[in-house]
Design a protein around this ligand. Structure first.
Ligand SMILES: Nc1ncnc2c1ncn2[C@@H]1O[C@H](COP(=O)(O)OP(=O)(O)OP(=O)(O)O)[C@@H](O)[C@H]1O
Ligand SMILES: [Mg+2]
Length: 211
């Protein structure tokens, strides 16, 4: 009879070793966002807490959820989303999902406007590129010119199929505007299943002379 070690192979043994030796307390401590200035402003504090909430849950291997950051230009939405992405990537390097794929290979940063240009150009395979990843940031949705509603229908599909996958969304519209200008179902999915929406109403960082 073959030894169990031979049956699971070297890759499997490495994965088991990682699972047995991982220290979730240590990774949890790393989910800090000190570079993000809150300037004692409630909206900025809420954004930072939201980022800590999502990232800590991700590093503790909890069930997937979403964080949506809404608000005017220059309020740090993309800046914070980049930090979340970087922290997750750095801390999850080497971990494998249930399907055996490394998490970090399944993380994608999507510049939504560029993505829309590709879709407009007929590259439909790209939709799967956004739906499939274990974790994705959809940066700056809702800013695209879309009189026919074609891009909104693509967004609707992506949003629907990304439920229960780690997702960070940034957008200039309010939840109310997402509901009226894009689609009510998109707004509804942003707040369901324990997902969190943070609406920020702060001054553009460039106008503060910060940063
Ligand atoms: N809270 C913050 N702490 C430190 N720097 C910040 C903060 N918020 C914004 N900045 C600075 O302002 C720049 C612009 O912010 P960012 O691109 O994240 O804005 P945004 O909210 O995504 O705007 P837009 O809606 O136009 O995409 C950042 O690159 C960063 O240098
Ligand atoms: Mg942005």
């Amino acid at each position: 009879m073959k030894h169990i070690g031979n049956l699971i192979g070297r890759g499997g043994r490495r994965a088991i070793h990682r699972l047995m030796t991982r220290d979730t307390t240590a990774t949890h401590k790393l989910a800090k966002f000190d570079e993000f200035k809150t300037l004692d402003e409630p909206h900025l504090k809420a954004m930072k807490e939201g980022a800590e909430w999502l990232t800590s849950a991700m590093l503790r291997h909890e069930s997937p959820r979403w964080l949506t950051l809404l608000g005017p230009s220059g309020t740090g939405k993309t800046y914070l989303a980049r930090m979340i992405y970087r922290i997750a990537r750095n801390n999850l390097m080497g971990y494998e999902g249930r399907d055996g794929w490394p998490h970090t290979r399944l993380m994608r940063w999507i510049n939504w406007r560029k993505f829309c240009d590709l879709i407009r150009g007929g590259d439909y395979t790209r939709t799967e590129f956004v739906i499939d990843p274990w974790m994705a940031v959809l940066d700056d949705i809702g800013a695209e010119y879309d009189p026919s509603g074609f891009l909104t229908s693509k967004l609707d599909r992506v949003i629907n199929e990304r439920l229960r996958k780690w997702t960070v969304v940034t957008c200039n519209l309010s939840l109310e505007e997402i509901s009226s200008k894009l689609d009510r179902r998109i707004a509804s999915r942003m707040i369901r299943d324990g997902n969190k929406v943070i609406e920020v109403n702060a001054t553009d960082f460039a106008l503060r002379g910060e940063g």
